[in-house]
Design a protein around this ligand. Structure first.
Ligand SMILES: NC(=O)c1ccc[n+]([C@@H]2O[C@H](COP(=O)([O-])OP(=O)(O)OC[C@H]3O[C@@H](n4cnc5c(N)ncnc54)[C@H](O)[C@@H]3O)[C@@H](O)[C@H]2O)c1
Length: 373
């Protein structure tokens, strides 16, 4: 196939990570289809021009609908706040474009369903980029190969600490109307996607939400506060369809942690433990062996794994956050050529959205609920 003409909408934090992935993917994955950074779209022309200059986008545009209508665009990549995902994705899919979208897929289950339905005939992708951390991929492989034996228990945590920070600018992430939820959609969605990739669908759950500071100091108006209508903390106990029990915790009030996306899998034959703050390592414990030497072993995770290239660098040379986006993009592009769609697709994003919705309903009801998965 020829080069894929991409339009990216939104050029904030994650737009930079995506821009880097588009720029790098052809260097590290020479055999996947080429991409052309055709147009970047946002609201401020000056900001767009600076980003386009820095990251090699050919054109800028301030009206996303004009981008979607362009016949020379093959794929639309949505990097905007959550409340805009559904409208943009549905419009892009209806215009026949492939659609890549940031997580969480949508602000609600209804929106996510509408996105899946509109995009049923075009390739889709959700940027749950932690799937492509080599240590996470290694954990997946060990579980799949039965090297942990029967899985007993799963534990996941996403810990950040910026919630109470009074100097933090007000952001779309702090309002239900723009973010859909607080940590549930923002952080827990990543935990749920990884968990279901590793252990299959989550069948039922019981959850609690907490808003620790219902009012926060307004950094733009000294002495004033603003009201918070989203969850600062979410705690979930869950049962996978396989019967395995799991717990999930996501918080922006975890003093001492900056971005620790972590999980532990306890099995009959062994254990694996992952922490994104040490993303190149997987802790492994063998349940057998010499009782005097029981403990965990630190494994330096080897490679992103197939279908991505075997290595960015030689084994033992750690990689970083940005590589997870480059590998994700390589997967998507390889999937276009092979006809085997790369995961996670919009369908996978919808599964996560079902669990997010069940968590919210369970927290409101204060009881166990089925997810429908
Ligand atoms: N996968 C990850 O690890 C990861 C990390 C951070 C953010 N995200 C997700 O990425 C998305 C964006 O988050 P962010 O942190 O980059 O936000 P951000 O606030 O830094 O950037 C948002 C961008 O959207 C643009 N935008 C807003 N309204 C627009 C409109 N009407 N038309 C066109 N552009 C518009 C803004 O100009 C800005 O460029 C969110 O869905 C978030 O959950 C994912």
């Amino acid at each position: 196939m020829g080069a894929l003409n991409v339009a990216m909408i939104g050029y904030g934090f994650v737009g930079k990570a995506h821009s880097n992935a588009y720029a790098q993917v052809g260097h590290f994955f020479p055999h996947v289809p080429k991409v052309r950074r055709r147009v970047v779209c946002g609201r401020s022309r000056a900001g767009l021009e600076a980003l386009a200059d820095a990251w090699g986008w050919e054109e800028v545009e301030t009206d996303w609908r004009r981008v979607i209508d362009r016949p020379d665009i093959d794929a639309v990549d949505i990097c905007t706040p959550n409340y805009l995902h559904a409208e943009m994705a549905v419009a892009a899919a209806r215009a026949g474009k492939m659609v890549l979208c940031e997580k969480p897929l949508a602000n609600s289950l209804e929106e996510a369903r509408a996105m899946v339905s509109a995009a049923s005939r075009v390739p889709t992708f959700v940027w749950f980029n932690y799937r492509r951390v080599p240590a996470v991929e290694l954990a997946r492989r060990l579980i799949e190969e039965g090297r942990l034996g029967r899985i007993y228990q799963y534990r996941a945590q996403y810990l950040q600490q910026w919630g109470p920070d009074p100097s933090r600018p007000r952001s779309w992430k702090m309002s239900r109307s723009t973010a859909g939820s607080g940590v549930n959609g923002d952080l827990n969605s990543h935990l749920l996607d990884t968990a279901m990739m590793l252990l299959g669908p989550i069948r039922e759950l019981s959850a609690t939400f907490e808003t620790i500071l219902p009012e926060k100091p307004d950094p733009d108006r000294p002495g004033e506060t603003y009201a918070i209508d989203i969850d600062d903390v979410v705690l979930v106990q869950a049962r996978f369809r396989s019967g395995v029990l799991g717990t999930f915790e996501a918080t922006r009030f975890a003093t001492g942690y900056q971005n620790d996306n972590s999980f532990v899998v306890h099995g009959e034959k062994g254990m694996v433990e992952f922490h994104f703050e040490h993303m190149n390592r997987l802790e492994y414990a063998d349940a057998g062996g010499d009782p005097d030497l029981r403990g965990t072993r630190r494994v330096l995770a080897p490679s992103p794994g197939p279908p991505a290239d075997p290595y960015y660098w030689k084994p033992g040379h750690p990689i970083g956050y940005e590589h997870t986006f480059t590998s994700s993009l390589a997967d998507f592009l390889a999937g276009l050529e092979s006809g085997e769609p790369a995961r996670p697709t919009f369908e996978d994003g919808l599964s996560v959205q079902r669990v997010l919705a069940a968590i919210e309903a369970s927290a409101a009801k204060r009881g166990w609920l089925e997810t429908g998965l």
